[in-house]
Each structure stands twice: as C-alpha cells, then as structure tokens.
Ligand binder design. Structure first.
Ligand code: A3P
Length: 299
C-alpha cells in the first residue's frame, strides 16, 4: 500500500467486543455520553442495509417533498453519523458528535451501532428510531463491494474470504446476525419502526406510508408520488447529494464499484457459488434458530 493509502485505512479497534474504527474507539466515552433530545430521530442499520435510501425518504417527508431543501447538503452532512469520527488533522475530518451538537432540533441522525451500544440517552428520552434490515446475502455482497471501493476499509479479499469474516462477525460493526436480532428484540420495548429493504423494494409506496405514519406526517398523494420518484434508485444514483460522489473524494473509488451499485434484491446469486451458498445456509440456520425474524432472499 502507498503511504497515502496507509494513512487512510483506519486501524480497527473494539468496543465491548464489537469492531469499530480506531478513531471511534478513541472517542467512545463521548459517543456513549451523547445527549439525545426527545424529538431526535435515529436511523439505525447494519452497514449497507439501505441507510442512505431511508435517510432520503425521511428527509423528503420532513421537507414535505421539497427537492431543493433536500439538496441543501449531502446525506452525510444533513444527518450526523453519530459514531463516525475522523480527526481534523485529516482532510476528511468528520465528527458526527460535533455536527449533531451544533444542529438545531428536530435532528435526524444515523448510526450503525448494534442496539446494546446505542447511547442510553436515546432510550431515556424515548426517541423514535427507524431500523432497516436487509437479507444477509445481499447485505454481504453489498458490503463486499463497499470494502473494495472504500479505502478506509480493509481489503475484503475474495468473496469466500469475506464471507468467512462476515459469518464470524469480524467486520466493522460486528455480526450481522446479532445486529438484526438485537434490534428485532428491542422493537417490542421501544419506539422502533423495524423495516425491511426487500419490502421497500417490493412496494415503496406502502413502506413510505409506514414511515410517514411513524413520523406523524400527513402528505397528499401528489407529494407522496414525488417522494417515491425522487427516492428511487435511478434518481438517487444521479443525485450528487445522495450518491456519495461529493464526499470522501480520494477514499471512495466509484470506478471500482459505485456507491449506488445495483440497488436490487437477489444480486447475491451472481456472487455465491453453490458450495459457498450451502456453507452459508448451514451456518445461517444455526445463527438464526433463536429468532422469529424472517428474511426474503429474493422477491
Ligand atoms: P447495493 O450495493 O446492493 O447496490 P447503505 O446506504 O446502507 O450504505 O446501503 C447501500 C446500499 O443501498 C447499496 O446496495 C445501494 O445501491 C442501495 N441503495 C441506495 N439507494 C437506494 C435506492 N433508492 N433504492 C434501492 N437501493 C438503494
């Protein structure tokens, strides 16, 4: 690796057994002590489950379908990414905490933290949380390509090698299995709207309406249709405020794999060999035996 690349690639650390970047590890006390406000909204996901998509839907609803307002800044700046931290000494300096603290209410924030690592003030303040889950295989394939194009993340190796790490939870933000199960359990005790990427793909109108209801927003049919259109994969792929081409320049290499890559359900079939699929399924059955949570791997 070049010196430049070495500087970019964050070392990994751990918080309570969950892999996070070293800088996040260094500021963990501040993350944990974050002061949520009662009208905060948190969008929580395992990485690559459809966070950006959901964030855009939420913003469009909050802005009553006003496209210009939604283009005021990139996703990354509109919604502070709570635990993400890159020191100011880097040209990519970013502090989700600082951004959030400076932001007037009502705030919407993003996190990839597993439920047990969410700062306690979110529960104390009874904040609304939208959680989006995506089937393991598509989530894995998306994460694999993201590791290829994002130089901050470790080289994923082959799909077989990456799958091994994914199954062992040896990836940033830890085990997908524990993440989706943990949040699934939490939804019965807190104000959590638990959504699925597959449902959003199948019927965006229905799922956007669910989000509207959760946010207590009533928008007319025309605005709703505008939101459906502007949050479609094709439109978001061309929107510089949502496609990440304006953020992390020099870190994300969209020529390797664009951030807005495929946006579909079932793409894993193009990457999983029969052998890999069999191995994955056997392990999946064991890891998901203790939950009522069911995913659709295709539509
Ligand atoms: P793929 O790599 O499978 O294409 P996140 O925002 O959590 O990082 O998730 C990124 C994934 O969501 C990528 O998946 C990306 O293409 C997909 N995505 C982003 N916007 C989308 C949209 N409007 N509709 C469907 N998928 C979308």
């Amino acid at each position: 690796l070049s010196l430049e690349e070495n500087m970019l690639r964050s070392e990994m650390g751990e918080v309570q057994g969950i892999p996070v970047t070293k800088p996040t590890c260094d500021i963990w006390d501040q993350v944990w002590n974050f002061k949520a406000r009662p009208d905060d909204l948190l969008v929580a996901t395992y990485a690559k489950a459809g966070t950006t998509w959901t964030q855009e839907i939420v913003d469009m609803i909050q802005q009553n379908g006003d496209i210009e307002k939604c283009r005021r800044a990139s996703t990354y700046k509109r919604h502070p990414f709570l635990e993400w931290y890159i020191p100011d000494s880097s040209p990519l300096g970013y502090s989700g905490l600082k951004l959030a603290e400076a932001m007037p209410s009502p705030r919407t924030m993003k996190t990839h933290l597993p439920v047990q690592l969410v700062p306690p003030s979110f529960w104390e303040q009874n904040c609304k949380i939208i959680y989006v889950a995506r089937n393991a295989k598509d989530n894995l394939v998306s994460y694999y390509h993201f590791h290829r194009m994002n130089k901050v993340l470790p080289d994923p190796g082959t799909i077989e090698e990456f799958t091994e790490k994914f199954m062992n939870g040896e990836v940033l933000w830890g085990s997908w299995y524990d993440h989706v199960k943990g949040w699934w359990k939490a939804k019965d005790k807190h104000r959590i709207l638990y959504l699925f990427y597959e449902d959003m793909k199948e019927n965006p109108k229905r799922e956007i309406q669910k989000i509207m209801k959760f946010l207590e927003k009533d928008l007319d049919e025309e605005v709703l249709n505008k939101i459906i259109y502007n949050t479609s994969f094709e439109i978001m792929k061309d929107n510089p405020m949502t496609n990440y081409t304006k953020d992390f320049v020099g870190v994300m290499d969209h020529s390797v794999s664009p951030f807005m890559r495929k946006g579909s359900v079932g793409d894993w079939k193009n990457y999983f060999t029969v052998a890999l699929n069999k191995k994955f399924d056997q392990d999946y059955k064991k890891k998901m035996a203790d939950t009522s949570l069911v995913f659709r791997m295709e539509l």
